[in-house]
Design a protein around this ligand. Structure first.
Ligand code: G4P
Length: 539
């Protein structure tokens, strides 16, 4: 590669910003995403990303079941340009039943934006998602939303974030009141007040009035003496007692820059976006199972599969694998090595999601997410790379989460054995469900484990519509799964409670499924040579 090409490659990679937006449902994630896309000119009007009513469903909502239930089942990826940056947003489903997919999507991001409802603070789903993000040690930015409504005290909100999540916070701006008397936010680095007015109702460009904080007369005029004094007191407190802004701590995920605003009224969103782009990271290096770090600026292309989605296009049944590019440049039509499949292949129909449609692309860079047509060869966690990397490149950090619900699923029509096996296997490969087998039994009956029960409905729907197979489902009371580390395990050699299930995964590894923590302890107490391990693993 000549110098000019190398410089271009570097410049392209360094202008990439890839992040996920996480929140508890209803905190305002979709609204914020939509406003960010408006700035990038990626969509023309608010309401195009997702509406709760069926007629407004677009982009990521592709399955009938989503339409029926009015929720976003799968994550979508959106790319847009803003001020020279190439931005990839990984949207994640808020519904708790889809948490596994959400968790995996977080593995493809280099930072996260956490949206919090100012009246509610941290909610259960925020908590779960935060844990996954913080395990990766990536930057986390907080947007405290809905300040135009009654909100909790901002100091109390920060305190909650710090004590519950064990991180430091640094408010980049500070709200002046909330709800009916919401006056605006004070921009700390610029030391100016941005006032909130009625004209913010979704306007594309924010037209704020700003005032210098030391201009008392002007402040009194804009927000009144009472709020002016309250603001000055808060600012003094923040400047005196708050954490220092330390970018390195931000990059390590230990200090979260916090912004207050209103996504719905487009207030504080543009400032947030600009600040976020300034402080977040360029694509991060990725670790391999050999303990090596792959530098995104490496000229050789590498990527991993973090998500597989079938049936995105209802006109022709297809399966798309989503790749996160870890290094180099992807070129359409070039041959790459699929490490786990031990084959070189040309990735067909590489595409990127724009807000409204999918575009076939010719090239993409480290940091980008691309979708490729998958004839059923990829599994979650697989690596695809330039053959110059050799055939050992495997990335770490793509976790499989323990299912918490189990059911026995049995085919009804024995003539459809093949379709049943094919459907169950393919859907399991996508990572939406996990399948387990009874040792020494066939494929007619499998145990299906899921993180959220809604996946059973999705499974039933897809098996019928895509594979033409119906099944009987018997829910099990079990909720805990453990790996068996004891070699050559045979359940009959052990003293186990009768309701413990012995199953194997697709790779033939032994697992035990229990219906409560106490049965796990009981089994461990009664069997000295039984070695159990947590299910969580990295693919
Ligand atoms: P989610 O993706 O996190 O689930 O949340 P979403 O953006 O769909 O927002 C949930 C609800 O909160 C929506 O109202 C939305 O309009 C509202 N909302 C979002 N941001 C703000 C804000 O800054 N201020 C106020 N006051 N409301 C906000 P909805 O009535 O449930 O839906 P819709 O019919 O308006 O779409």
């Amino acid at each position: 590669m000549d110098d000019k090409a190398l410089q271009d490659l570097r410049a392209q990679i360094q202008r990439r910003r890839t992040f996920a937006i996480i929140s508890h449902p209803d905190a305002g994630k979709t609204t914020l995403t939509e406003k960010l896309l408006l700035y990038g000119g990626a969509i023309q009007s608010a309401g195009s990303v997702k509406g709760k009513q069926s007629d407004r469903h677009a982009t990521s909502d592709w399955m009938e079941i989503e339409r029926q239930r009015g929720i976003s089942v799968t994550s979508s990826v959106l790319q847009f340009e803003y001020q020279g940056f190439c931005i990839n947003i990984l949207d994640t489903p808020g519904h708790q039943d889809f948490s596994e997919d959400t968790y995996r999507t977080l593995m493809a991001a280099d930072s996260a934006i956490m949206v919090i409802d100012a009246a509610k603070g941290i909610e259960p789903q925020t908590r779960k998602l935060f844990q996954v993000v913080s395990r990766r040690g990536i930057p986390i930015f907080t947007f405290i939303n809905k300040m135009d409504r009654e909100a909790r005290d901002p100091f109390a909100l920060l305190d909650e974030l710090e004590t519950e999540f064990g991180i430091e916070t640094y408010p980049m701006n500070w709200p002046v009141s909330c709800g009916a008397t919401f006056k605006g936010v004070y921009d700390r680095p610029a030391r100016r007040l941005l006032t909130y007015g009625d004209y913010h109702g979704g306007a594309k460009k924010l037209e704020e009035i700003s005032a210098d904080i030391s201009d008392t007369a002007r402040l009194d005029d804009l927000i009144g003496a009472h709020f002016r004094q309250e603001l000055l007191d808060s600012v003094e407190l923040l400047d005196g007692a708050g954490a220092e802004f330390d970018l390195e701590q931000v990059h390590r995920g230990r200090l979260s820059p916090v912004f207050f605003g209103s996504a719905l009224h487009n207030f504080g969103v543009e400032e947030f976006l600009e600040c976020f782009l300034k402080f977040t990271t360029t694509p991060l290096p990725r670790r391999t199972t050999e303990g090596e770090e792959i530098d995104p600026l490496d000229t050789r292309f590498s990527a991993f599969v973090f998500k597989i989605q079938a049936n995105m296009n209802r006109a022709h049944r297809d399966r798309i694998s989503f790749l996160r590019i870890c290094s180099g440049r992807f070129e359409r039509g070039k041959e790459y090595l699929h490490v786990q499949g031990e084959k070189t292949l040309r990735l067909a129909q590489p595409q990127q999601m724009m807000a409204q449609e999918r575009d076939i692309i010719d090239e993409a860079y480290a940091g980008d997410i691309i979708g490729v047509f998958d004839p059923g060869v990829f599994s979650i966690g697989d690596s695809i790379c330039d053959s110059a990397f050799g055939n050992t490149l495997r990335f770490t950090g793509i976790p499989t989460f323990a299912p918490e619900h189990f059911a026995v699923v049995e085919q009804i029509d024995s003539m459809k054995r093949k379709q049943f096996a094919k459907g169950m296997t393919e859907i399991a490969q996508e990572g939406a469900i996990q399948i387990f087998f009874y040792p020494n039994a066939g494929m007619e009956q499998v145990v299906v484990g899921v993180v959220g029960v809604l996946q059973y409905d999705v499974l039933k729907f897809r098996m019928k519509s895509e594979y033409g197979v119906e099944f009987r489902q018997r829910d099990l009371p079990h909720e805990l799964i453990r790996r068996v580390r004891t070699p050559n395990f045979n359940a009959s050699d052990f003293n186990l409670p009768s309701d413990v299930l012995w199953v194997r995964d697709v790779r033939g590894r032994d697992l035990l499924v229990f219906n409560g923590q106490w049965t796990v302890r009981w089994a461990e107490d009664k069997n000295d040579n039984l070695e159990l391990a947590e299910f969580y693993e990295e693919i």
